[in-house]
Design a protein around this ligand. Structure first.
Ligand code: MTE
Length: 447
């Protein structure tokens, strides 16, 4: 039984659900009929005794379904015919997407990760969100250098070969752009979780702890208290990082998910600043300078500041506070009938590990504790899930994260009461998905 229930739950992840909301509107009711058929077929596979009747029903639409398919009767393709493997041709809808009209120039834009179609906590490197201020470059590693200067005993310039000889660490961390969910400050703006929360990814990063490099350059704790990180792209991306962060868990990374970084994510070198907003994760990292005060660069005094209700700007609010989102069912998806579903999603905190996630199906009146899937790591995505029996009535699904500092993810009204509604950055409010009696799931704000 449990197996068949799981299969049914999986049906909400059918290919249609990988489309953006606008595309779903375009495919219309015919496609939904197809999904219902698919649900019947899937239930047949998982439902044991019910299978013969269900299989016959399913085969009514496809007379071929009971015959052996070609992949069971023909020779498959040889090894290494795809030297670098790609996803199945049946998975082509699961891609990064730009939000139409968000930016005028593709080189200074963002592509969102398709959170609704991912499992576990690791984002496949090819689906990692992208945020570039001046486009991405495929930098020649042989010509790339990292300079460390400023208030250090011995300024140095490292080649990639130099860096890869040094002691390394591999750690799993999330990266979230400070602008993630930024379109939703005023009201509902985008239809799917890909656009509400897709400036979020999680990888295993490998590289040299920044503390090792600073020690190598003769840095003494009394020397300077701020690190400036600078990228090699045309945007002159520069960010200040307090030395305590830098010495704690910051990595000068070249590896991502077991291979070199992808060019879009900073190949061959990027800064990994666990728990801190994505803009500080400087890509194509070429310089680290130690100073005795914050640098106040354009990327921290003009951009990435929080506009408060009284008109002032909050600066250096870099830590990503605890946040969570249900990824299935989520906006643009379609439930395929009453009954059992696994509600699943992601939770994360820039201050540590997730302690607990609660889920509500009635817009926050009642909460149940979700199961956290292992691993539950500090400053990494945590996958949660919970059983849900849908009775066909309207429902509002929400998740609420609590991290190991005791911080509780706020509701949208609670956040607006402090931050107003004109900001762009650091919206970590509880996300609401409305389920209509038709099974359609949409983005709503409550309260
Ligand atoms: N570093 C450089 N050099 N140039 C950039 O445009 N964008 C920043 C940061 N580092 C950026 C950069 C921003 S705003 C974010 S959110 C993250 O990179 C995005 O990282 P990703 O593209 O690997 O997802």
């Amino acid at each position: 039984m449990a197996e068949s229930l799981k299969r049914r739950g999986a049906i909400v992840r059918a290919p249609e659900n990988f489309l953006s909301g606008d595309q779903i509107a375009a495919v219309g009711a015919g496609r939904r009929d197809f999904l219902r058929q698919a649900m019947i077929a899937a239930a047949a596979v998982g439902a044991g005794a019910a299978m013969p009747a269900r299989a016959a029903e399913a085969s009514a639409g496809d007379p071929d379904i009971l015959n052996l398919p070609p992949w069971s009767t023909t020779l498959g393709k040889p090894v290494a015919s795809t030297p670098y493997g790609s996803p199945s041709k049946f998975e082509t809808n699961l891609v990064r997407r730009e939000s139409p009209g968000l930016t005028r120039v593709g080189a200074s834009s963002v592509s969102f990760a398709p959170l609704q179609g991912l499992f576990g906590i690791i984002t496949p490197s090819g689906l990692h969100f992208e945020r570039h201020h001046q486009g991405w470059q495929d930098v020649d590693p042989a010509r790339h250098r990292l300079m460390i200067n400023g208030l250090v005993g011995t300024p140095k310039v490292y080649t990639m070969d130099d860096l890869m000889r040094l002691p390394s660490v591999s750690r799993i961390h999330f990266i979230e752009c400070g602008a993630n969910s930024g379109m939703e400050w005023g009201n509902v703006a985008v239809p799917t979780v890909q656009y509400t929360h897709g400036m979020l990814s999680c990888s295993e990063f490998t590289g040299v702890p920044l503390s090792v490099l600073l020690e190598d350059c003769g840095y003494e704790r009394s020397d300077g208290h701020y690190v400036l990180a600078e990228g090699a792209d045309g945007s002159s991306m520069t960010r200040t990082i307090p030395i305590d962060n830098a010495l704690d868990d910051v990595i000068v990374a070249y590896g991502q998910n077991g291979e070199m970084l992808r060019p879009e994510n900073g190949y061959p070198l990027r800064l990994v600043v666990p728990g801190v907003q994505g803009v500080s994760w400087v890509k194509w990292l070429r310089r680290i300078e130690i100073g005795d005060q914050p640098y106040g660069t354009k990327d921290e005094s003009l951009h990435y500041v929080d506009l408060m209700p009284d008109g002032t700007h909050r600066q250096y609010s870099s830590i990503q506070e605890a946040k969570s989102v249900i990824t299935t069912p989520s906006g643009g998806q379609q439930l395929v009938g009453q009954g059992y579903y696994t509600v699943t999603g992601l939770a994360w905190s820039g201050r540590g590990a997730i302690r607990r996630v609660d889920v509500s199906a009635d817009g926050g009146r009642n909460w149940r504790r979700a199961k956290l899937e292992t691993p539950v790591l500090s400053k990494a995505l945590t996958r949660f899930n919970i059983d849900w029996e849908w009775d066909g009535a309207p429902a509002i699904l929400q998740s609420r994260a609590i991290d190991d500092t005791g911080y509780v993810q706020p509701t949208m009204p609670q956040l607006r009461a402090v931050r107003g509604s004109k900001s762009i950055y650091h919206n970590n409010a509880i996300q609401s998905w409305a389920v209509a009696p038709s099974g359609e799931v949409s983005n709503v704000q409550v309260g």
